[in-house]
Design a protein around this ligand. Sequence first.
Ligand code: PEP
Length: 427
Amino acid sequence: MRKIVAANWKMNLRRESAATLAGALAGDLRQLWLFPAAVHLNSVRLQLSDTKILLGAQDLSVHKDGAHTGDISAEMLKDCGCEMVIIGHSERRQGYNEGSDVLLRKLVRACSAGLRPLFCVGESKAERDSGQANAVVESQLLILKRLAPEARAMVAAVAYEPVWAIGTGVNATLAQIEEMHAVVARKLGGIGMHATPILYGGSVTPENARELLASRAVDGVLVGGASLNYDALSRIDDCAKAQEIAPRGVSAQLEPAPPPEALALLFERDTDDFNIEVKVKPAAPAAIVAEVPATPPSDGALSRYEQEMGLRKPPTQPLPRTSQGRLQPVAPTSQGKLPPVRPVSQGSVPVAGDISRKATAPLPTPAPAKPTTPVAPKAPSEAPTAEVKPEAPGAKTDKPEKPDTSKNSGPAKKSNIYDDTDRPSWV
Ligand code: PEP
């Protein structure tokens, strides 16, 4: 499997420029993971059919559905054609106080909907300067230990992104990256995630990508600023194309990921406190594997992902439906109301560095590695228990299918998606 290039477009671009950039990359037969802003998911997705570019979202709601103004649920993202979602990015940890509780709930939501998390970890400058980088990253990874093995198997990648390197133009040195990736690999290996790719993120540019991607410790890169520029992203991807991911450890074999149906986790009690009670739908894994046909499905978001990853068998059962019976992904033709974006993928291969030759409108040319905001030093502790606040009783009216939660008011049962035996001290 070749090394991964994931592009986090953050809150940048406009509908047409996002679609044009995606179309240009698709026209070059790139194999990327693209994370556009949520409002651009649809227009970008229309450029990606029959390509090896995978679509992901930058965030998701901790809620399942209902009266949560401004939120976007995991199922909505799946319905939009997303296969992955970024969780734990430092800009959300810091800017929105997302700590362990919130992140764990987002991980569960994503996995439950069949969205594969791209989970980010990384220490701040203050934490590194005080010698806590390893401890901080290890504690951030503990969340994954609290997922059920089926959910862990769905994690698309873990990205090590030192906060001080994001958007600053100062990338970590290769020695620092290799040391931290070894820490991450050891932690992941301890919970059976030997084969989960480990990406580096933080001021990756075409200039440093070759060295980074040549390292056996780096399975790919998560690129922010430079990913907004067609030429820069193409050159980074060229560096990745030449490199294979090196297997980590002898026991690197993952169990085949179960199809989404087996991960249809039923939220029995979905209060906004941390103790989400989750039940895995009774589905014998052996039976699921036995149902995999000789010919895998040739389309569908998840099957493309599976083929891309080359690790697991594609699902055989229908894609998950919402409680209203909606099915995903949406057929591209159903989106005819969008203003047309010139189908650049059907033209000639673009000249590297000159996306405007095939675009209906020139792309903005943001400076790839220019820092946008100074990185605020972060206190060593992320105070994870502070951010999940229970809603007022009766505030939730959006989950009619849930059983009466009053029956669950006794001591919290041990969830089978969290391993409470290893509950970290900070929750
Ligand atoms: C990121 O936001 O994940 C990132 C790595 O950004 P940048 O490449 O701009 O540092």
